[in-house]
Design a protein around this ligand. Sequence first.
Ligand SMILES: [Zn+2]
Length: 469
Amino acid sequence: MALTLPRPRFLLALWVAKAAAFLSARLRGGGATALPGLLAERLDPAFVATLAGRLEGGAVLVTGTNGKTTTARLLAEMLAAAGRGAVHNREGSNLTRGVASALAAASDWRGRPRDRRALALMETDEATLPAAAVALRPRAVAFTNLFRDQLDRYGEVDTVAARWRESLALLPPTTTLVLNADDPSVAELVLDWSGPLHWYSLAAARGASSSPGPADARWCRACGGAYRYEARYAAHLGRWSCSGCDRARPEPDTAAAAVESAPDGLRLTVPGLGDLDLPLGGLYNAGNALAAIALARALDLPESAIRDGLAAARPAFGRGELVALDGRRLRLLLCKNPAGASEALRLVEDGEGAVEVAFVLNDRHADGRDVSWIWDVDFERLAGRVKRCWAGGVRAEDAALRLRYAGWPEPVAAASRPAALLEALAHRSGDGPVTVLLTYTALLDLRAELARRGAFSESSGTRIPAATS
Ligand SMILES: [Zn+2]
């Protein structure tokens, strides 16, 4: 085995990253995820490549508009069940600096991985994918879906698709692409790829009814024809074919033959694996589970690890997480674009009887400054089911206006500050949890206020920690 001396520049970057992580944990009581990696990458542009190259498990990337966090968490559970470690970038830090921070934290002071057999499991934004492809040389990359998302930050879906295609050219030819066969925009990647493929699909599922949600489908890139659908289960996802050429939804390698969905759990029937239970609700989580199963299969994880990993899953931060505060229960659902919000509403619809819903809308950079997307969300589907509702966030008045137009009852409150919203939520008489739909920074704000008040996360079984990013 060749012994190579660490480069001084690399060691300097590593030590600065570790010192920054240590100091920010001491000063803020939580782990800052971006700063250590940001400094390390400034000091040594090859930082991520150097550390990732020392992990014998290799790297896996998860990208796409929605479902990255849950898919990566499910795969991490499966890896743990197989006795394999994972170096995983933390929530909301899916730029390369977040990847650099995670790798630095998983290494000792000489840059040796604490667990050499571990695998780097990284969520990456569309914008970061090319750099991550080069630095991490992944064994597998999952593409979950392509929806319109924060247009002012990422540009149109065509721009994102173009960025994906550039990234393919940067991947090793042995990388396995794990592709959502139900999304024609994802399936088009095959036109630019001759390496290994693993397709997954939810469209065979019973109960995958046609959904009139917002469609972000484009024209067929091969012929310019329109996509048509035999069945659609969300937005432009479903059993599709092109009206102008012979392209159609590919035959999946991993598919759900049946899905039973409730707000708190799913049962998936997957050929080759049988019935799989996981304690996460919603059809979109069935899609995330299939993406994770497909990745696990691409990595040759044993069937028992797939089963045990799914059963051990807990909702990710703000993805259906149940929180208790002073006898009230809140179900937090992150929704950052029309497709995600419409899916969250469908999860509410799966519940029984009258429902109570709060919609918390911020317009900071990470949320997207333009809030016009809320008019593309199908709030109308819950008109008549909503017993009581609240509006919140920096743009509480816009949120309230949208709910009125959807035919919901007059909001109990339009509270721009998290503390005021929680006070307003206290004045209610319902039994079930209040579903709280939030944009990204609204979720961070509300969780900070919940932590201050000593709220308990029923999903993780612990108090909500003070700082999470
Ligand atoms: Zn076509």
